[in-house]
Design a protein around this ligand. Sequence first.
Ligand code: COA
Ligand code: AMP
Length: 633
Amino acid sequence: MTSRYHETYATWRRDPEGFWLAAAEDITWTRKPTRAFDPAAGVYGHWFPDGECNTCFNALDRHVEAGRGDAIAVIHDSAITGRQRHISYRDLLREVQALAASLADLGVGKGDRVLIYMPMVPEAIVSMLACARVGAIHSVVFGGFAAPELATRIDDATPKVILSASCGLEPTRKVEYKPLLDRAIDLAAHKVSATIILQRLELECSMVSGRDHDWAALRAAGLAAIDAGRDVPCVPVKATDPLYVLYTSGTTGKPKGVVRDNGGYMIALSWSMRAIFDTDEGETFFCASDVGWVVGHSYIVYGPLLRGATTILYEGKPVGTPDAGAFWRVAAEHGAKALITAPTAIRGMRKEDPEGQLPARYDLSKFEALFLAGERADPETLIWAEEALGCPVIDHWWQTESGWPIAANPKGLGLLPVKRGSPGVAMPGFDIRILDAFGQAVEANEMGAIALKLPLPPGALPSLWNADDRFRESYLEAYPGYYSTSDAGFVDEEGYVYVMGRTDDVINVAGHRLSTGEMEEAVAGHPAVAECAVIGMRDELKGELPCGFVVLKNASRQDRSEIERELVALVRDRIGPVAAFKRVIVVDRLPKTRSGKILRRTMKAIVDRDEFDMPATIEDPAAIDDVKRAVEG
Ligand code: COA
Ligand code: AMP
């Protein structure tokens, strides 16, 4: 099939507003927008300024009203417990109505924030949709973050209610969420008056009387009330009202609260589900991310449900639960048409199954494509997957901020030739430019900063939560008229983008975005540490792993290995296990420029064992030898 990509992109270019107004026909509005874009509203403009809608209605009620209530909305497949649950659209709607009733009874309404700290259970999806139903703004926090991270988010989002569970399940341990939540609530200055806690079969947690509500009890009461005729309507919100705030790592210890609106997001997701992922009503989609990340928000929860498809919610790992065939077992058993995962997961499988024999053990006759995102897809990993699966393996590039792919190879429009190493071409709505340090466009194939010409399309962030100035400073000031992605790369003469890495202190550990600046703040808090620098060192499996260089205070008499252990524990305690901070190297001094800037790039080259030139501005070249000795020792 010839790809319709070029004509589609050209249609968008000719008339961006007409393009998105046509796409807006995909959803049901309570008030249909008459205009696509208002450039005078918000920081750089707002999409569908006079539209009114409800995202939960479009994800659930609409399908039930259309007679598709029996269709399966969610398949929960827990490789860890061995349990599975199939939930129809009708049943999911009832669950959501019951929780929405409880939220309303707790005083949650339009514009209020609700924080969700949940493992990969259907109740996490129910929570998100119940918030959307009552017009509240949810903020999901990934379970791998520790209490202080949770506390920072509580203070920024100031939620009325927190929804959580007794535990998450990792292959080797139960992650007790409740003590983490209790500690976070203690640490936070903002006081939350109510929580709703799901007691999982695997662990019962203690409850704080008067504050913590039992999920099962509220659910039973909510369902009984609905059966007795209680109406829990979808509250219409403005298309520009926030649906959620999702925190992501920036360069400082304070995470950025990325705001997502209702109308534009629905339209972008609905469009991308078909045009990029080629999945629609009646088909099954498997996105093996976590609801705590943007990929999970967009393509486990909202994207598939908006289209009336079946989404797979998988609790497990790509390897070890029980083996490297887990994803293929899930895809085969539930008839998935496509899978999205991170390259790191495929690298993990490849390590266990180098010949790529496991996929052949499963009936993957319905499986058409593997989509990869979250980090650069290295060509070896792509080749392994292509050979093992015998289907297209499609890289696509995006960020928490964009909400949906900036560049991809749109399978639904007909695939373009795959160029390994490139996540594909710009999607409609995204005008990708490569700029030099002066903000001038560079030639094809030349490296530069990747910027997006404003306005960003529907679905991308309009701003940061309560922080318009930080939004401008972080993203809009570097190149006036453009959004700066903080990624560097190039575009070839055929328009394929190549994303080579970040230009800031953000590192990518197993597809998870983390801030080295934040880890430095934690490490610097240890009483024996005089100075430190955290860099991302290359790792075969996880892409990058953090590595901390520390200079100890003279007075410190503590044993070095004890300090190293304490630092590892400190970062785990402050940021969480997901930071995977396990390597500390003690040095006598950090290499710096004459103006005092730490030479992180040179240190990275030393740990990665790459060639490097001695920086001309270095204050003391002997500091480099110190680092080399410490790394080798
Ligand atoms: N709750 C609590 N802890 C969690 C967690 C969660 N939801 N997710 C991960 N952790 C913990 C893990 O238990 C591990 O702890 P440990 O140090 O005690 O072993 C630590 O955080 C690091 O976890 P992870 O990054 O998952 O590493 P892993 O070694 O357990 O697994 C991979 C490696 C490659 C299998 C895994 O990282 C993976 O599946 N990555 C894909 C990520 C992804 O989908 N990203 C979204 C973009 S598409
Ligand atoms: P996150 O906000 O967690 O989704 O992380 C976004 C960052 O991950 C991007 O800015 C990139 O640095 C990186 N990233 C995501 N997808 C890709 C990809 N396909 N290729 C290269 N880098 C990617």
